[in-house]
Write a protein that binds this ligand. Structure first.
Ligand SMILES: [Mn+2]
Length: 357
């Protein structure tokens, strides 16, 4: 009969996963079970995903990290993984959306993040099982300072991940098994083998998250939609970058971003001239109410109307053109040479795949 090999938070640590499976002498009839958080933070989320997808006898539970991807709530570690998956990201999200929140075997109940004592498994809240912020808050509201693992008194052991417990598996009251031993932070990757409850750990090679966090920062910045940010958002993001100017790579990106913003701003005087000239050409249409529609049909007509009302200058143009992309598009529509700003944007901003570290 096959065994259940229940593995703690893998977080993209493919080498450690392979070493662990070798250590338990994995056989075809064994089932490989992940408590969730297959991806994010480690070096090879795609490889870990592929391993689970390729194996017939494998189950992954919904971790809070998968849930973030599914719900489109991307913070930094999810943005990195989105880039790592590239065109396959949609397929990954679709796969992740179908992950179960728990698995009950003859030997144990397996969840990712938490369990509310006294509530039947099928009635547990999904956010509690997955260990999201709201789920954690719910348990804290019930138990205060005490961790839920201390309060579980059911007959069937619970196996979970999510909460780093140290370099080896931790057991509460002989019935709650914490399997997250911090693989992505350079600690260990651990498995609980069922039905024997044998505990196995392999050490992690390094603090992967520290390494990946550094390695991907510029790629993630380049993938952001800077040209469509509002002036306010641009200023906020740019100032946040400037505060981290002790990092040479970030300082270089910030300087390039500033140069691009200056090039976009430099388009404005020529654009104002062209709009003014066009408004002169259309003077007859402005004077004749019945010909107003001809003005309205012009590209970026709001600029012409503002100009005609005497309300268009370098200071107020931002009310009509609220993003760098809009300024560049309007300038191009009025025949202003936008080559410099456009070419820099092409070099500076990259989406899917290109130029990743
Ligand atoms: Mn985790």
């Amino acid at each position: 009969m096959g065994r259940d090999i229940v593995i703690g938070d893998i977080h993209g640590c493919l080498a450690e996963l392979e070493a662990l499976l070798e250590r338990v002498e994995l056989r075809d009839e064994d089932r490989v079970i992940s408590v969730g958080d297959l991806v994010d933070r480690g070096p090879d989320s795609v490889g870990v995903w592929e391993l689970f997808r390729a194996r017939d006898n494998a189950v992954a539970l919904m971790g809070n990290h998968e849930r973030k991807h599914v719900r489109g709530v991307l913070s930094y570690s999810q943005e990195i993984v989105r880039l790592q998956f590239g065109p396959r990201y949609a397929a990954f999200r679709q796969w992740a959306a179908a992950l179960p929140y728990f698995l009950e075997t003859p030997d144990a109940i397996i969840v990712h993040g938490g369990f509310e004592a006294g509530v039947p498994l099928a009635e547990q809240r999904e956010d509690v099982l997955a260990g999201t912020t709201s789920g954690t808050r719910h348990l804290e509201g019930l138990y205060g300072e005490r961790y839920w693992t201390e309060l579980y008194s059911g007959d069937k052991p619970i196996v979970f991940g999510h909460h780093v417990v140290g370099d080896s598996i931790r057991v509460w009251n002989d019935r709650v098994y914490g399997l997250d031993t911090g693989a992505c932070h350079g600690q260990a990757l651990s498995a609980l083998v069922l039905p024997s409850f044998e505990r196995v750990s392999v050490p992690a090679a390094r603090d992967y998250w520290a390494q990946e966090r550094q390695r991907w920062q510029v790629a993630v910045l380049r993938s952001r939609a800077w040209p469509t940010f509002s002036a306010k958002k641009l200023r906020r993001e740019r100032d946040a970058l400037a505060r981290r100017s002790d990092d040479a790579e970030l300082a270089q990106f910030t300087a390039a971003l500033d140069a691009w913003l200056a090039e976009v701003d430099a388009l404005v005087p020529a654009l104002l001239d062209r709009v003014g000239a066009r408004r002169e050409q259309l003077r007859a249409c402005f004077d004749d109410r019945s010909r107003r529609a001809e003005v309205a049909a012009e590209p970026f007509a709001s600029l012409l109307f503002a100009c005609h009302a005497g309300a268009l200058d370098a200071a107020s143009i931002g009310q009509q053109l609220t993003t760098p992309a809009a300024i560049v598009d309007a300038a191009r529509a009025y025949g202003v040479d936008t080559g410099e700003a456009s070419e820099r944007a092409e070099r500076l901003f990259q989406t899917e795949g290109a130029g990743l570290p």
